[in-house]
Design a binder for this molecule. Structure first.
Ligand SMILES: NC(=O)c1ccc[n+]([C@@H]2O[C@H](COP(=O)([O-])OP(=O)(O)OC[C@H]3O[C@@H](n4cnc5c(N)ncnc54)[C@H](O)[C@@H]3O)[C@@H](O)[C@H]2O)c1
Ligand SMILES: [Zn+2]
Length: 714
């Protein structure tokens, strides 16, 4: 049995991969295409283990719609376009919906919306339509029935006619009230619909747990929500922190016995809503809100005409990454419920609603090879080279795959098909690999034993995931260290940049950090692209960098674990750099926010002969090694021992100036909210730091003006 099921899966998988490669699927393949869609719907809805990215499924679905539009005679009632995709699992009893539960029609651009609006105006005879727009929550649909104010049933969408009875699991979702005061509106029984979602944070936690148990990551919060909803043990459901948005009323009975189907049956004569309690969609959302449900409230917008709709959906797409939950688009609904009735529905979707899908963020591609790159600390990072794919607005062709552990965890091989995701400005990630699609002789990814650049043996410290080249002379490291040294946040040598470091190094004009200050400009002037002006600029930028404040130099040295804030703390603790040679690890640990690991690393750096030699060279070259802002020199020590952190946007001061003022007066900056923080200076739109600080009694929360006043008193 198992064997033949495997065989069938294999055939379906092969057919899916084959069809995905065809740009225009010919009509003779229409049945094959339908089978492929059905198989992928089964994997998606029932197994909760999709084989392909949503955008790829959508692409195949559109091809089927296209073939059917050209050959209307070929449409079969069981075609995936004629019914709601989701099937029924055998794990829960099946129940019939009071009113069919349909899907939505999809649009992908402004033209699609304009077309739809034209049709809507033709159908209703109106010149301009009023629409309600709300987010398209990316979760699993549910239908709830309340009788006499009590939740009596919760059902999945299923095939649209019947769904799975998951009442016990639904009861675990805290944003769904078990009792809701519908009776105050004279409602005796009501069927409402919405979406069960998993927040981004809960999803992250969920996948972290999966990884800990060695289980595969789920592709997205939607799969996680629908999977969680169908778990057999309700206690497990409770742990998943599911949430719900409710956005629809499909049916209700009044205590006087009147019944109102807000959605009629497909093809049925419209029943007008005139004497209904509910007459608009936005009013329905408000009623749900009043009864204690989370319905789109701030998230909804009523607008007139399609131009306003287009503007709003584009504006909202910008907000996508700021929301705590995933949305995959917006839903535009005709606001007047009587008009909704007039427009009716197909077997697949209502005609009065349209989904506008945002740019896809996931796609599958093939991992072709892995390159190993050596960073400035010698860390060797594997970078996967992919067949280029276009997602989230950019083409992605290489992705960091971090380290050996990660490769194991994600089960990556050369030749693997992988699901990748790119959300907003976030660096693209590999979500998972598809072992089913792995070629028979796929190679493992072998981590090198030796540095790919200098060939010296690689080492890995216990408890660390990273292999390192520990040869300080390793050309890759030397170059990366110099790139870091000249970079904007470090010595900020303008017009030097990564490209010049690499070029000068390759030509033998630059071999180490001191070399930056002894460049042979004659030789450089002979290079292509270096005119007098650019050489002058470079020369003066290098000269100017000698006067950079000490904390920038400390940061520029690239000491492990020493970021910009730590560099400032360290710089402030001394009058001049060489004092650090005399500090013990314990001394260093006394400093704000410096723990054992950081102290050790700084100590090690300043007790290494080569490093001291480097610093002496820099001193001889005229670099500034004194802390000019040192409290001993300015004599101002009024904020001594006090720690500050800024959050939000300051109205009067530049953030960097305000921070400099703290340090110039002997205060210290810290990078996070903890009991070590004395003052949190709060600007406009302050976020989580403020919330966190409110919970710690000892932190004084002050405004920008109060901060300025404190300084003025001195
Ligand atoms: N990767 C795969 O193999 C695969 C297979 C099948 C389906 N899919 C994905 O599933 C989608 C089809 O699923 P679908 O039929 O659920 O369609 P859909 O998710 O594209 O849209 C319909 C659903 O949107 C939800 N929704 C969210 N917010 C809503 C709101 N404010 N108002 C109304 N409804 C709202 C409802 O649950 C509704 O059922 C496809 O677009 C595809 O991306 C993927
Ligand atoms: Zn090396």
């Amino acid at each position: 049995m198992a064997h033949s099921a495997d065989k069938a899966a294999e055939i379906n998988i092969a057919a899916t991969t084959a069809l995905l490669k065809v740009k225009n699927i010919p009509f003779e393949d229409i049945e094959r295409l339908r089978d492929v869609l059905r198989y992928n719907e089964y994997r998606y809805y029932i197994l909760n283990d999709p084989l392909i990215a949503d955008a790829e499924y959508d692409g195949l679905y559109k091809q089927l719609q296209h073939l059917e539009a050209e050959n209307p005679g070929s449409i079969t009632p069981d075609s995936p376009t004629q019914r709601v995709g989701q099937g029924l699992s055998k794990d829960f009893p099946t129940v019939q919906h009071l009113v069919p539960m349909l899907s939505l029609e999809n649009s992908y651009n402004a033209d699609d919306l304009v077309d739809w609006d034209r049709k809507a105006r033709e159908l209703t005879g109106l010149e301009i339509m009023t629409y309600c727009i709300e987010p398209k929550f990316d979760g699993a649909s549910i239908s709830l029935i309340y009788e006499n104010d009590l939740l009596v049933r919760g059902v999945t969408r299923g095939d649209g006619v019947e769904g799975e009875d998951i009442t016990t699991n639904i009861r675990q979702v805290r944003s769904i009230p078990l009792r809701a005061p519908f009776s105050q509106y004279g409602i005796q029984q009501i069927e409402i619909r919405g979406e069960i979602i998993m927040s981004k944070a809960a999803f992250q936690k969920y996948n972290d747990q999966q990884a800990e148990q060695g289980l595969a990551a789920l592709a997205n919060p939607r799969n996680a929500a629908s999977g969680s909803l169908r778990m057999k043990d309700p206690r497990e459901v409770a742990k998943r922190n599911l949430e719900a948005f409710l956005y629809h009323v499909s049916f209700y009975t009044m205590t006087d016995g009147r019944q109102f189907a807000v959605d009629g049956q497909p093809g049925e004569e419209p029943v007008h809503n005139k004497q209904h309690l509910l007459d608009t969609h936005s009013g329905t959302l408000q009623l749900l809100w009043n009864c204690g449900f989370r319905s789109p409230q701030k998230e909804r917008q009523v607008v007139k005409g399609i131009d306003e709709v287009i503007k709003h959906v584009h504006d909202f797409e910008e907000l996508r990454d700021t929301l705590p939950y995933e949305i995959d688009g917006m839903v535009i609904k005709v606001n007047d419920l009587a008009l909704q009735d007039d427009m009716g529905m197909t077997t697949h979707h209502p005609r009065w609603a349209m989904a506008f899908k945002f740019k896809a963020r996931q796609a599958t591609t093939v991992l072709r090879s892995v390159e190993f790159q050596v960073g400035r600390t010698g860390a060797v990072t594997p970078v996967a080279k992919l067949d280029p794919v276009f997602i989230g607005g950019v083409t992605v062709s290489s992705i960091s795959i971090h380290n050996e552990e990660y490769i194991k965890e994600k089960d990556l091989h050369l030749g693997d098909t992988v699901l990748i995701e790119r959300a907003g400005d976030v660096i693209p990630q590999i979500v998972k690999s598809f072992p089913e699609l792995r070629p028979a002789h796929a190679h493992n990814i072998h981590f090198p034993k030796n540095c790919p650049v200098c060939n010296s043996e690689l080492f890995k410290e216990a408890e660390e995931a990273v292999w390192r080249c520990i040869n300080l002379e390793c050309p890759a490291q030397v170059v990366e260290r110099m790139i870091h040294f000249v970079s904007k946040d470090a010595m900020d040598i303008k017009s030097f940049g990564e490209a010049n470091v690499r070029k000068f190094y390759e030509l033998g004009l630059l071999k180490d950090i001191p070399g930056i200050y002894t460049l042979d400009f004659d030789a450089i002037s002979k290079l292509e692209g270096f005119g007098k002006k650019s050489i002058d600029n470079l020369r003066s930028a290098i000269e100017a960098s000698k006067q950079q404040p000490l904390h920038r130099l400390i940061y520029a040295l690239g000491i492990r674990f020493v970021g910009e804030t730590t560099a400032k703390t360290v710089a402030n603790a001394v009058h001049e750099l060489f004092e650090l040679e005399n500090k013990t690890e314990e001394d260093l640990q006394q400093l704000e926010d410096i723990g054992v690991k950081v102290a050790q690393s700084i100590y090690k750096f300043f007790h290494n002969e080569q490093n001291i030699h480097l610093l002496k060279q820099l001193e001889a070259l005229g670099l500034q090694l004194k802390n000019q802002k040192s409290t001993a020199q300015t004599g101002k020590d009024t904020l001594h021992g006090q720690t500050f952190l800024f959050t939000g946007t300051l109205a009067q001061l530049k953030r960097s100036d305000a921070e400099a003022m703290v340090e110039a007066n002997g205060g210290k900056l810290v990078s996070g909210v903890s009991s070590k923080l004395n003052f949190l200076v709060v600007g406009e739109d302050a976020g989580s730091k403020l919330e966190k600080a409110k919970k710690i009694n000892t932190i004084k929360i002050i405004t920008e003006q109060q901060f300025i006043d404190i300084l003025a008193q001195q």
